[in-house]
Design a protein around this ligand. Structure first.
Ligand SMILES: [Zn+2]
Length: 242
């Protein structure tokens, strides 16, 4: 059975890291996360897998679909699709799991660095992290669901204690300032632990959140490009709604 390889990215999977909207709402500001997702997935599919025929379309409601129709993509079995997805999936785990990026191994007691292809994605995303997460969404402005979530991702207790103490004394410190506080401690740390943590945090807040089930099975139902979404009556075209 031949079937396009499809990817689905939906804004509802971004609730933990967007502050402007939640659930069924969507606005131009949270759409920036989707733009960042395309900036990373498009080159990964072209450069690492050699696919050429990629069609990105608005899903008609709260996200985007990518249809890959190269001959090699059409012929992928479900097993091969699963393998490809596990390679591209970086964000894993449900709400109860604080740390969703686990991409490193420990070698001789030291954390490994990012895989070269993930490093490329990281380089593309680190600037977007500043624009979207720090300056626009201000993800670390508030305590609950904000900077406390950030502290959960820092693997050294003395660093967490120092930051918490500083921020509790100055809770209105903007997200960018709080991130700067963490960067200062990271720069002073020679072990590499905080450097790795900072990279993983940037990935957790910007890397595409893929709906893996859609891509893994050839029989997964996904409405074709150009047809109308029944609930919103938006056409699935290559034109974003916002
Ligand atoms: Zn929004």
């Amino acid at each position: 059975m031949l079937r396009e390889l499809v990817f689905d990215i939906d804004m509802t999977d971004y609730d933990e890291i967007r502050t402007c909207c939640s659930g069924k709402e969507i606005c131009g500001r949270c759409w920036a996360y989707i733009s960042a997702a395309v900036e990373v997935l498009d080159p990964a599919l072209r450069e690492e897998f050699g696919f050429k025929h990629l069609l990105w379309v608005y899903s008609g409601r709260r996200g985007i679909h990518c249809w890959v129709s190269d001959q090699a993509a059409l012929a992928l079995t479900d097993d091969e699709r699963r393998t490809l997805l596990s390679y591209l999936e970086v964000i894993k785990g449900g709400k109860e799991m604080a740390k969703k990026v686990n991409v490193r191994s420990t070698q001789l007691g030291k954390l490994s660095s990012l895989h070269p292809s993930l490093r490329e994605s990281y380089d593309r995303l680190s600037g977007r992290f500043v624009e979207i997460v720090l300056e626009d969404q201000k993800c670390f402005d508030k305590k609950e669901g904000g900077w406390e979530d950030l502290l959960k991702l820092i693997p050294r207790q003395e660093t967490v204690n120092a930051l918490r103490e500083k921020w509790e004394a100055d809770p209105d410190r903007p997200s960018k300032g709080k991130w700067g506080d963490f960067m200062k401690l990271r720069n002073a740390d020679k072990s590499g632990i905080l450097e790795a943590a900072a990279e993983d945090i940037i990935l957790q807040y910007t890397y595409p959140r893929l709906d893996a089930e859609v891509s893994k099975h050839r029989n997964h139902l996904l409405k074709a490009p150009f047809c109308i979404h029944p609930a919103t009556e938006n056409p699935r075209v290559k034109r974003w709604p916002l």
